[in-house]
Design a protein around this ligand. Sequence first.
Ligand code: PMP
Length: 426
Amino acid sequence: AGLDPDDKALIARRTAAMGPAYRLFYEEPLHIVRGDGVWLWDKHGKKYLDAYNNVASVGHSHPKVVEAITGQIGVLNTHTRYLHDGVVNYAERLLATMPDALGHMMFTCTGSEANDIALRIARNFTRRQGIIVTRLAYHGVTEAVSELSPSLGEFGRSSARIRMMDAPDPHHVAPQDQAARFAADLAQAIAEMRADGIEPAALIVDTVFSSDGLYPDPAGFLKPAVDLIRAEGGIFIADEVQAGFARTGDAFWGFQRHGLVPDMATMGKPMGNGFPVAGVAMRPELIKEFGEKARYFNTFGGNPVAAAAGMSVLDVIEEEALQSNSLQLGAMLKDGLNDIAHRHDVIGDVRGAGLFLAVDCIDGNDSNAALAGAVVNHLRQNGVLISATGPHGNILKIRPPLVLQPSEAELFLDAVDAAFTATKAV
Ligand code: PMP
């Protein structure tokens, strides 16, 4: 294979026009022109099984979502300063998926903005500044939330008002000890913060710890930490950008797997199946004073087209029973990956919740990022798309659209097995 001259030229133009901060996936970057369900096609007509994109969660180009967006944009697209049924219906419908305590829903365009407004509300409500995040968290890109995104590396800003704590660690902590350990780590982070004269306003976590390396289990382990942050006068923000909208199969929201009611829940990515829709649900008292003294207007957030897109995604999840599909197909993938792990001693832990799975690539007791990279690129050459993540870059990240079917799951597993067979010398 190898890149053709046109794509080489496009890469050069892209760098010239868009600058150096963007990255392309894969040693041989992919030039995709079309998508349908779990499938993507490149410009040569080659087909790829997409096992990575959690944005097009109900499937690429889902006709119902396309119709909702095009239908609404052909009629009206304004913003939240006019009355419109669509956005109110959508807010009510989202709140109906949540615990009763979360009574207001505010809309943004991105997960970063959702976390940004959540932070403003949390700091305003608590009259405190301190935020605790996990060591390799990712919560977005604005100036304020980049402080909460240590996974951005040295250019992710850090400041005294942010404390990092360890993510759950199944490799060194037994499942039954995970809850107490996480709470003890939080207690330490709070104590360190206070030693610097900063009071904790909030604990914010991605409820499946995606960028930390995917640590969803044991479901429920978050509870004591959430009790603790509240006992210390702070609030708990569940970042549902990754775990929400039925991804884990066990529940519609990641916090529900942990038996929790957060003070705020932020969401985005799969919410509009690719159309920019994001937002935050919250306990009404958190925004009461803020709402009296300030106003919130986000030009594109919660516009009628966004609401139509979001509503259609909820319809599809329900009509196509995608939460139970995620649970069933997730279990099938996990079983299959465990079988493959028995055949390849370079595979360590296999874990996941629903259609969000992780596979550790190892070399004895060490992590093996080179192998993970080789497997990811081998799969790409063979028409299957995944990526790698985690502190050492050795964790395969598998996250197909929720519409994955058993035949496609089998195809995926065969490709993974073949990729490990072909690359295990790396
Ligand atoms: N929170 C989490 C957990 C995320 O994974 C992301 C996106 N990767 C964000 C927030 C930020 O969302 P966005 O890119 O829409 O700003």
